[in-house]
Design a protein around this ligand. Structure first.
Ligand code: ACO
Length: 322
């Protein structure tokens, strides 16, 4: 059996940090409100002129170093983003050019679930023999699509990028194998109006701003995440007690707590970055994964569950033996 193994990971955050205190000088909010409702204390915001492809490129370089691969080893690049540099071409092709990769590159659009969608796509190309070594990147500049006068949304998001290098390897077809053991994806377009951007090339010819019914999104997130995690556990026969690490999309501390509680996963087994990064959409999982791998928490052989839910709605999970 061909398996997709994650060889290495890396991440990149813009240097500019904006605290809750700073936001409270722009909109009618407080550090106490933001921390109590979301767990967020600060976020990184891209500098003027710094684009999604810049963040993606820097994360990719670090992931390649960690994986011990060079540009010539990579045959495919997927960038998960809802905030591309341009309407077209795909941000992935810009990253491809800067890295000097030969092969093919494209973007995946599933908002906050983008990284899980992209990783699952990479796994399918690898297992079908279409690609051997794939760079999967989640990169976003949500600061560019926020209404900075809307306190109900602008406090929740940040900019950043994370990347992994995924490579084909020979497996036994059992859950003892290293690599991606199961993935499940879902979407439901009927929930459009709960979370969307009110602009776009074909509708308004503007970039638009993020619009969200926070309370409704929250309610659906906890339910959908629990059911998709259950699916990847059932697919593999792995039990919740065997999960070493939960690496969730980082939207809100209360969603993370609710999900972990449902599966009896203790809080120290949940990788949390939302306090420092806020919600970086498709970038949040590879940012969190990189942190926990590089600080030695996640070790080879560990069972890691990645999960996300976002606009669309879209949601998904991957179960990986690190
Ligand atoms: N500062 C102070 N007060 C605020 C702020 C703010 N930044 N934002 C909203 N409020 C007020 C509201 O106006 C409201 O006031 P009212 O009662 O006078 O009308 C009050 O606080 C409560 O607002 P709610 O929206 O009901 O607060 P809630 O507890 O639901 O928290 C939040 C809001 C944090 C958005 C929460 O619903 C949430 O996290 N939802 C999930 C959404 C999310 O994470 N989306 C990310 C994209 S999708 C994903 O990644 C899963």
């Amino acid at each position: 059996t061909i398996r997709s193994r994650i060889l290495g990971c890396g991440s990149y955050l813009p240097s500019n940090v904006v605290t809750n205190e700073e936001l409270s000088r722009r909109v009618d909010t407080t550090d106490e409100w933001i921390v109590a409702r979301t767990g967020i204390r600060q976020r990184h915001i891209a500098a003027e002129g710094e684009t999604t492809s810049d963040l993606a490129y820097n994360a990719a370089i670090r992931a390649m170093e960690h994986a011990g691969v060079v540009a010539a080893d990579i045959d495919m690049i997927i960038v998960a983003t809802a905030t591309p540099d341009n309407t077209f071409p795909a941000t992935a092709t810009k990253v491809q050019h800067r890295l000097g990769v030969v092969g093919f590159a494209f973007d995946v659009q599933a908002v906050c679930s983008g990284f899980v969608y992209a990783l699952t796509t990479a796994d399918m190309y690898i297992r079908n023999g279409q690609a051997k070594t794939v760079l999967v990147i989640g990169a976003e500049t949500f600061s560019r699509i926020l209404d900075w006068e809307d306190r109900t949304t602008c406090v929740l998001f940040g900019d950043g990028a994370g990347a992994v290098v995924v490579q084909a390897c020979e497996g036994t077809g059992t859950i003892a194998d290293q690599g991606i053991l199961a993935s499940r994806l879902h979407s439901d377009g009927s929930k459009y109006e709960l979370l969307y951007v009110d602009g776009g090339p074909s509708s308004t010819q503007t970039v638009g701003h993020l619009q969200m019914e926070g309370r409704e999104v929250f309610r659906h997130a906890v339910t959908n995440l629990a059911s998709v995690i259950r699916e990847v556990l059932d697919d593999t026969g792995i039990s919740e007690e065997q999960i070493d690490w939960l690496v969730p999309h980082q939207a809100n501390q209360r969603i993370l707590d609710g999900t972990a509680r449902k599966f009896g996963i203790s809080p120290e087994r949940v990788v949390v970055t939302v306090d420092r990064h806020a919600n970086t959409s498709a970038a949040s999982i590879p940012l969190a994964l990189s942190e926990a791998v590089h600080d030695g928490r996640i070790k080879r052989g560990d069972i890691v569950v990645l999960e996300a839910m976002g606009g669309g709605f879209t949601w998904g999970a991957s179960l990986v033996r690190w």
